[in-house]
Design a protein. Structure first.
Length: 272
């Protein structure tokens, strides 16, 4: 288990991969901002955004199944927020079920209930589409750029060096924690005989987390000492040695953001 799990497909050679990381970062961020700002029920612009992303994914030669599996991580959150949204609009459904509302027929409370349920479904559909498109966009960005290049682009965009360098360390160290946890879990399974009561297992899980924290702290100290012995100074100076890049916003660099944002903005203006 290593960083390649996050950066999978980032080493491919395509027209999308060869774009400047800063141009891709700013283009995708602007794309997601436009998608999130779409009004409720703007399904045609959202469909245009989805088709545009699919075209970019096809040109990048990144496997669509891989991107869709990454996008499915948002499903539980979308369902949870959608359920809360439906309950919030559910107040419009209550008057139609009251005894005194039975004589109103199709008017009054009946129309209120219908409009409430329709608004809830439209709101849920819009929110779900925005969520999937946003997660798919950043998954495609990571798969066509790589985490190291993205952090370098963020540094060039003006993010503090402390933030970018610390994020890079975190991405690398999380796999060290995962390997340490797998070793502890393997040792625990080798010493456990049969199934235990769930309270007993909960006690052992707490002990496992404590041991993992101590091992992680010791491992972090060893890693920091190894870094200092190799000339590491501090977080700020570590992020200030980026090579000077050429201007990404030359005429050639504007092609990608125009192709990505053009159809979405045009469809949004037409459907106003």
């Amino acid at each position: 288990m290593n960083l390649h799990v996050i950066d999978k497909h980032s080493d491919l050679d395509s027209s999308v991969h060869r774009q400047d990381p800063l141009v891709k970062l700013l283009s995708f961020v602007a794309f997601v901002v436009v998608v999130v700002l779409m009004p409720k029920g703007a399904f045609i612009p959202l469909l245009t955004a989805a088709v545009t992303l699919l075209c970019v994914a096809l040109f990048s030669r990144v496997h669509l199944g891989f991107l869709l599996r990454r996008t499915l991580v948002v499903v539980p959150f979308v369902l949870l927020i959608g359920a809360v949204n439906l309950l919030g609009h559910g107040l419009d459904l209550i008057p139609a079920r009251l005894p005194w509302a039975a004589g109103l027929g199709t008017g009054g409370a009946g129309r209120l209930a219908e409009s409430g349920s329709s608004a809830a479904l439209v709101s849920f559909g819009t929110m779900a589409a925005k969520s999937f498109i946003s997660v798919f966009s950043f998954g495609l960005l990571l798969s066509t750029t790589g985490s190291a290049k993205l952090l370098g682009a963020a540094r060039r965009a003006g993010l503090p060096a402390v933030l970018t360098v610390a994020t890079g360390f975190m991405l690398r160290y999380v796999f060290v924690l995962a390997e340490e946890l797998s070793r502890l879990r393997r040792a625990w399974d080798a010493r456990r005989v049969g199934r235990l009561h769930w309270l007993t297992e909960l006690h052992y899980v707490g002990s496992l987390i404590g041991v993992l924290w101590v091992k992680s702290f010791e491992r972090a100290e060893r890693v920091y000492l190894a870094m200092c012995s190799r000339g590491f100074d501090d977080l700020v100076s570590a992020g200030t040695h980026d090579p000077v890049a050429v201007n990404p916003f030359a005429v050639k660099g504007l092609v990608f953001p125009l192709l990505l944002l053009g159809p979405l903005v045009a469809s949004a203006l037409v459907c106003r």
